[in-house]
Design a binder for this molecule. Structure first.
Ligand code: DHB
Length: 485
């Protein structure tokens, strides 16, 4: 990880007394949760600072939940106090500041019934939910949130010997901006050079911060190329339904405002779309057979086929579950179904049917109005550009641009390589998600796979921008990667 100049905002060290980073096993509240008709007893350790010198204490803290059984020599789901994996769900949405999660609190959306944290406890996981600073908090501009998550991991590893659970089996989970940060937490690597930042400046524990596995739902990631990716997918779709607030976040109720791109916006769309093939081709990605994933100048090509194949797989899964091929075909004219198999996905028609949700540029807004503009601000300018295109075409006089170092620190593609520590990755983005291009998750999956990682990637059918909707499958995957199945 490279940091250097980005640290100014973080060094406003709190003058209050430094907190201990040692886990206090006797400071808990006894709680229970009902999960599938069974009662699980657990100990709640809430509001623990994970850095000794928090600058924003309400966010730089972690909640830890531990099944009671592990204090009595018990086991759950084949796990014991020594072997239980640690589920690390962040609650980050919209790159906003996030408090630590609380089981059953449902700030996270997801499926009905027990939430991800309650389900984790019932399945014998330790739950550790970190808070993190975000774009509206005084010191929360990029890359503060990723440093905070890493500091939380350091806290867990520092306490591995005294806390039930195995800090070598930490599995991160997050949705949207939280999904992007979950991926970044797994991908980024810190080394001796980062010790000063974490230990001396932030007051984090002097411990490793790599994790075991990563789960991410609909990651809003690779921000510096997300504008081009969005237009690659939605160019030609000129009608839109845009959110009427700048505070994009998968957790808030969404109100959509209809409109149509004007001529200038359509030109921006064309220009951004034209950037994407060269970018994808520069990545040198390959499919599982080792064949190149590339794009032609018009946006067609093997990479587009790769993305479309995930959509086809989702439709095939519906057919396998018993969906009527004639009905599926009639409802989705962009599919060609032959018998009981999808033969073709017309990608442009699929994008049109889904509909555009963002106006170009989708992320680095020319008027600096996006949440991402605020993420890349600093203490002098609340919002800034983070792409060369939007800086050059800015609608705001005197608009600033963030430096390359901060942009890179937020982009997992700079880190993913054979050296990336987590071997196990699970990425989900629904076929109905329009918050970022499906290309983003596809690039991440291909890059991870090409780096020798075990990647479970799918685009669940009909699912919009959301997370934690498939907890049985999520925990089956986690048990599998922990138990080596
Ligand atoms: C989120 C959604 C967005 O559309 C975006 O640009 C950033 C974050 C979110 O739900 O976290």
């Amino acid at each position: 990880m490279k940091k250097t100049a980005i640290l100014a905002a973080m060094s406003l060290a709190n003058l209050a007394q430094a907190h201990s980073l040692d886990f206090a096993a006797d400071k808990y509240t006894a709680k229970t949760a009902e999960v599938n008709g069974a009662t699980i007893a657990y100990r709640a350790y809430e509001g623990i600072p994970y850095v000794s010198k928090p600058v924003e204490p309400e966010y730089q803290q972690i909640n830890i939940y531990i099944p009671e059984a592990y204090f009595n020599g018990g086991s759950i789901n084949g796990y014991s106090a020594a072997t239980a994996p640690i589920f690390l769900p962040n609650q980050i949405g919209g790159y906003m500041p996030a408090k630590p999660g609380v089981p059953g609190e449902r700030r996270h959306g997801g499926q009905p019934g027990a939430d991800a944290m309650q389900t984790a406890l019932a399945k014998g996981y330790i739950v550790a939910s970190p808070g993190a600073r975000g774009r509206t908090s005084p010191t929360g501009k990029a890359p503060a949130a990723i440093y905070d998550l890493k500091a939380a991991v350091r806290y867990l590893r520092h306490n591995d010997a005294v806390m039930p659970g195995d800090a070598e089996k930490i599995i991160s989970n997050g949705t949207s901006a939280g999904g992007a940060l979950s991926i970044l937490l797994g991908a980024s690597i810190t080394d001796g050079d980062d010790r000063k930042l974490f230990v001396e400046i932030m007051g984090a524990a002097d411990a490793r911060d790599d994790i075991y596995a990563v789960s991410a739902y609909c990651p809003i990631s690779i921000l510096e190329h997300a504008d081009a990716a969005y237009e690659w997918e939605f160019n030609g779709v000129n009608d839109y339904e845009k959110m009427d607030i700048t505070m994009l976040d998968y957790k808030v109720e969404r109100k959509l405002v209809k409109g149509t791109l004007d001529a200038a916006e359509q030109r921006v769309s064309d220009e951004l779309k034209a950037q994407f093939p060269a970018y994808v081709n520069s990545l040198g990605l390959k499919n599982a057979q080792g064949e190149p994933l590339a794009l032609n100048a018009d946006g067609s090509g093997s990479f587009r086929d790769y993305v479309a194949a995930f959509v086809a797989a989702a439709a095939n899964a519906e057919l396998q579950k018993g969906a009527d091929p004639a009905v599926l075909q009639a409802e989705n004219p962009w599919l060609t179904i032959d018998g009981k198999r999808v033969k073709n996905v017309d990608f442009a028609a699929y994008a049109k049917a889904m509909g555009r949700q963002k106006t170009p540029p989708a992320f680095d807004a020319l008027d600096l109005s996006s949440g991402e503009n605020q993420l890349f601000g600093d203490e002098h300018q609340d919002t800034r550009h983070f792409t060369a295109y939007s800086a050059a075409n800015s609608a705001v006089k005197g608009a600033g641009s963030v430096g390359r170092a901060a942009v890179k620190t937020m982009n997992p593609l700079y880190y993913i390589s054979e050296k990336t520590v987590p071997q196990h990755w699970r990425i989900r983005v629904g076929t109905k998600d329009r918050d970022t291009s499906h290309a983003i998750a596809a690039i991440l999956a291909a890059k991870l796979q090409n780096s020798g990682k075990n990647v479970d990637m799918a685009m669940p059918w009909g699912v919009p921008h959301s997370g934690d909707y498939d907890l049985d499958e999520l925990f089956a995957w986690m048990d599998g990667v922990v138990k080596g199945k």
